[in-house]
Design a protein around this ligand. Sequence first.
Ligand SMILES: [Zn+2]
Length: 645
Amino acid sequence: MHLKETLKALAKTKEALRAPSSDWLLSGFAKTTKEKPQKTIIDVAEKHRIVTGAFPGLYSYSRTPYMHEPASLLSPRSSYRQITVMAAAQSGKTAGVIENFLLFCTELGLPSNALYMTATENLAKEFVQERVDPMYNNADIYFTSDQSLSGSVDVTKKTGNTTFKKTGKGWTHVFKSFGNIREVRSIDYRVILLDEVDEMHQKQSQHNQGSIIKIAEARTRSYAGREKIVLCSTPLLAKSSIIYEQFQKSDQRHCYIPCPYCNHYQHLEFKNLKWVFSDKDRTKVDRSSVYYECEKNKCKIKNADKATFLTLENVKWKPHNKTGQDGHAGFHFSALYCPPGMTPWEQIAQDFIDSKNSVDDLQAFTNLTLGMPFHDTQAPQSAESLNSLKEPYKSNTIPRPDIQEKLPLLATMGVDVQGDRIEYELVGHAPGYHTWSLAYGVIKGDTSSYSNSVWVIFKDMLKMKKLIIQPKMVFIDSSYQTQEIRAVCSGTKSLRPIMGVNTLHGDKIRRRYLKGFVSYDGTPIVSYDVDTTSYKRTIYKNLLLRRDENGIAPAGFCRFPIDYNIQYFRGLQSEVQEPQIDKRTGKIKGYLFVQRGRRNEPLDCRVYALAALDAIALEHCEYNDMKTTDFNFFWENVRKKSMET
Ligand SMILES: [Zn+2]
């Protein structure tokens, strides 16, 4: 093409880009009724999109009817600016909202600049060669000479149809990997398509989750109000999943279909898929037994029934989040919705059985088939990052009041017992679960008899008031030297033998009266069971808290003395939460704290010290004839008493 013609084409391009701006979006019904109806992505796909593979021919949204609504929201007249699709793999989601949208952004629909991004350059290349090129070729898309959007003509390229960049009248489509994000920073697009964003994130972990969306928003800014951002992905790990995070910010739509027997509308959930085994080892699903149990009337819906209930007329999307971002529609669906000819329910049942004994396989099943993120091991923050929680006071001194004038009003102690030593932490408390670590110590010696020197030294420390604040209550772990530690606590007012348990099913502490041991006033000594999981969760949550820019500490804030070393913090961060997966449903039923091979005494001591505060408050409220613990009442009385002294 001659330069002149190119410039002419360029002028037309600019015109095409400029022209529709005023009436693209919601320009009012009065006006739209006079105009001929605008084409939608659905019109273009069903007229021009030729697909190959298992079902060759013209593309039809009736095959994957759940994709119709996400696609219809991509029409220029829709006010939605972001569409998030979190779904199972191989479910037709990419064809429905990404490939067809690219075709729409040519002269067949509304010519628009579009940027497609995926995890790697190879994936981008594969996508273009296997999906885009055949699609454009079959639709006879017309390519012009390559021209950059700034208006200058690239004379080195003769064609507007290269692997990573395609140009036609009024549109340029660019295909990139997220690794080349820098190259897109200077160009603006009306349409940004982010494919398999979770893989993108895994391969580019230096970018935080928000950055991809922020860059997309920045690159569409000049099209404000007319831009469309599409995120489409199978989710991976919950903690780093971009698609899951975005779905949660959206209006969270779930797909509803009517039961073919009772017509009750419901959204399909894996837990309702039923089957029996064909072998006694329970490894093979009897395929003929597989059915979906209707949630209302327990009707037995078979995979073959999809032909009748999974239709464009029947499929209804319902939002589940009233507080989502404006203009952001989110869609989630599992492989249970796959149409006849794609993954059947019989296969899903067998895939689950095959995967449930390995965490990796179960993750794959959760991600690829259920279209849900997988909650993996929850790693706590690094011990080093806790250094910022050190405050300007030394251990075993009274901290100076900070900007909030907060000071510990009372102290408790948690004691962890090993065969050759005891470790203890003295923790100061103030209302609002504010804490100060006041001292941490190790006393070495054989702990196997209550009369051994290690216990004498320990009790002397308390008796001689060697600590900066006397603990009101001391919780001593008695799971190891049970009888001896009960004996240690006998005859004292504030020492309590305790047992750590994984769960108390709702209670954090539970009291028991021990026969055969009496406290200082002759009554049986009291022992507590402590729900360690619950306290550890609280501690790990609170350790994430920081002072704000004004120095204000939030409720639950943990303070540590300036002289604590890194070993202490490593001990405090020594456990990770691992998910417990319900083998039947594949869903997380809870988390268990698992030690990571380091010493965990600092964590245990903190658990016991926090539980001790709950015990004091409980006993105080009970003493005042209250049925439940009232912390306001408790702290009020603590304050009064501290004023008196
Ligand atoms: Zn039914």
